[in-house]
Write a protein that binds this ligand. Structure first.
Ligand code: FAD
Length: 220
């Protein structure tokens, strides 16, 4: 959670650039999605620590309460959900790619929107589910939100075996293309490309598929 003096508000799906400057003047800047609607001047980020990364280990461990950070934003005007749009929404997330999609779910909840939402969420293991409490336990205001979680490495006992998300999974957990849903796909680059291709193969209008790529790595 960051307090950003003068924060102007933002749309669900937008991100900020976080800039770190070391004592010798070296600058590192990375993008992080806004994870929730703004609460006045307070914004929320969710950072997956990439082991050998430059910025994420610092944000995930090296930062103490009260430390100043440089933040630029809100940024991005395409990968956003506008609550006045009545189209059904399909959210497709791989790993930390759920962050901007969570902002859309939370915005829908906050506004009491009844726009139908479906989330198809791919993670490695049950321990890797971000926002597990919020997504796995029905929250007031979430009627009309359907959540499907798919596991790629280790699945909970009694459920289907682990598998990568396939085209038929998107057909099952998404919307029929005739309903012209707005599709938001976010995650590692390889995941996003595979999911966008699968949606096109299922006859979804490419103009209604919005993607956000988080990193250079493939797969989930
Ligand atoms: C629009 C946008 C929004 C983003 N939102 C978020 C967010 O909400 N939460 C979040 O955790 N990240 C998010 N990212 C990714 C983030 O910007 C960084 O790329 C990530 O935190 C890694 O930065 P780093 O400095 O720790 O690693 P780097 O020093 O940049 O890279 C270290 C190593 O990790 C690899 N790597 C880089 N990025 C990733 C990645 N995303 N996944 C796996 N391996 C990677 C690199 O190839 C390299 O080998 C977003 C990216 C974009 C473009």
């Amino acid at each position: 959670m960051l307090e950003v003096p003068g924060w102007p508000g933002h749309l669900a799906g937008q991100h900020v650039d976080v800039r770190l400057t070391s004592e010798d003047g070296y600058v590192a800047e990375r993008a992080y999605s806004l994870a929730a609607p703004a609460d006045g001047e307070r914004i929320e980020l969710t950072v997956q620590v990439v082991g050998d990364g430059e910025v994420s280990p610092f944000l995930g461990g090296g930062l103490s309460q009260g430390d100043p950070l440089e933040v630029r934003g809100p940024l991005g005007g395409w990968f956003v959900w506008r609550p006045e749009d009545p189209s059904p929404v399909l959210l497709v997330a791989g790993g930390a790619g759920v962050v901007p999609l969570m902002a859309m779910i939370r915005t829908r909840r906050l506004l009491g929107s009844r726009v139908p939402f479906r989330l198809a969420y791919s993670v490695r293991t049950p321990a890797d589910v971000y926002y597990a409490d919020e997504l796995l336990n029905p929250q007031p205001g979430d009627a009309g939100l359907e959540v499907s979680i798919m596991y790629t490495r280790e699945a909970p006992p009694g459920g289907p075996p682990p598998s990568r998300v396939r085209r038929e999974d998107l057909a099952q957990h998404g919307w029929p293309p005739e309903l012209a849903p707005l599709c938001f796909v976010c995650g590692p680059t390889g995941f996003v490309e595979a999911m966008a291709d699968a949606l096109v193969a299922l006859d979804h209008d490419p103009a209604r598929i919005r993607t956000e790529r988080f990193g250079p790595t493939g797969g989930t």
